[in-house]
Design a protein around this ligand. Sequence first.
Ligand SMILES: [Fe+2]
Ligand SMILES: [Fe+2]
Length: 160
Amino acid sequence: MQRVQKICQHPVWKEKMAELAQLEKDRVFCKHGIEHLLDVARLAYIENLEEHCGIDKECIYAAALLHDVGKGLQYTQKIPHEKGGIEFASVILKDCGFDAQESKEILEAIAGHRDVSNKECKNLPGMLYRADKHSRMCGFCKVCNLCNWSEEKKNYNIFL
Ligand SMILES: [Fe+2]
Ligand SMILES: [Fe+2]
């Protein structure tokens, strides 16, 4: 998991995470800090094990750690974050030693993590899509009724 450790030490990742923390400091809805990113990584990896998907652990963790890296651009420039984060993620993956094929797959998963057509897919984009939604505990959220997520996206199930 050495390459994954490198992601968290990368200056671009650290800078984007710090910016995001600042932008979300008064946010009442779900945030996108390290807790969320690791929840997503672990849920996706559990699915990978339970369903015997055989996807590389580092690729799962890399996709999870980078999937919201463009969120700041969404807040400040209204650029959808699944698109806005691709350039940052691409640089970080290369610097951390992911090869061209691995990067392609991880970037596809990041780009598709809000695309409902991936919801049932048994691949990295599908895993990331599901883990992202399942990481949220809507059933315990005090502002659930104010959230703009559709009922279909909201997660009330803790046994996932
Ligand atoms: Fe996201
Ligand atoms: Fe997310």
